[in-house]
Design a protein around this ligand. Sequence first.
Ligand code: ZN
Length: 401
Amino acid sequence: MNQVVDDVLEGSAALLEELCAISTATGDAEGLRRCARRLGHELVELGFLVEIENRPNMDGVSQPILVATSKPTGGSRVLLIGHLDTVLPSATPPRRLEDRIEGTGVLDMKGGFAALVGALRLCRARGQGTPAELTLVAVPDEEIGGPISESAVRQWGEGVSAVLVLEPGRLIDGGETIVTGRRGLSVWRLEARGRAAHSGLAFTDGRSALAAAAEWSAKAQALSEDSGGPIVNVGRIIGGDSEFVQDLGEEHRFVGTSQRLNVVADRSLAEGEARYLTLADRDRVLNRMRGLAERAAESWGVEILFDVVEEIPPVPPSERGGELARMLVDAARTDGWRLETETDRGGVSFPNFLPDPSAVLVIDGLGPVGDGMHTREEWVSLASLDRRIRLIAYLLETLPG
Ligand SMILES: [Zn+2]
């Protein structure tokens, strides 16, 4: 069996080098298609039904998306998801060093695909199938948070029992991580309207929308909690007389001059995000922001509108996800290495776009670890690739069918 494991690792490392040698920057349809074909070829050999579909990106240019489905088992369906695109264009030739592979996109996230192929080979070598029917979807536009990624997760995430994300885990002191929770976010906008007045002649007649929005912003930002609680980030605030705020493109030329500084600023606009791990946290923090807006409106005598303009749901760490993660942590320990669970990873990713993220079992960060993501120094640990092959194989063999 040890020889088999060595062969599987070597096969995966070689595949990873091949995938990394292909330039696949987001939008490079030709490179992405070649990479999809190369990965698809491996999956055909493993008995998957493979299709490379085409979908238009934001500019209407057709981009490839790889969809590979295993033979139906009669069990439930599991979605495996990852992205073929990289941030950097023009892949540099990958280099194999003693304990790592360096290459463009090797960590984020071609390593995850190589680990999956290794895991499937290992399952086959052990004579074990997987209890669940697997669908692997590899998308071309994750690095720009593109529409194809989002729609793919919605489409293939419908009705699955679990979602396994092949993005890399994180390298930590003496170990590695997987991810069971991801934050969601609300994009909000606050608009304040007061009353303009000459600050020299009629200051007390004025009602400063700018002062109200600025005070509100400081208090809203301070609602942020540490250790897993929600955070509020005020990303932008604009204030001034209403012409200035309404036509900033033209009126920004007044910045740095003394013109119209004698007007009580009757208009202000603040924009930002709130990020949270649970819907209860979302409701709590947004209610407090609304409450602050009501109080600021009252104390400054201005009108304030607070709106949420966009929302992406969180992937809260679930009971079942936690149980499965504990099994993986135990399996890693038996295998002689330390695995930890991240329950609170920032950054929106695939599982956030599931039809109902809290209803599905999600394990994220299954890919091998390394460092230097999105740089020319990006690398992946060969020891980690080896571990992840065994970890994913174990996961596929034990997932409830
Ligand atoms: Zn990624």
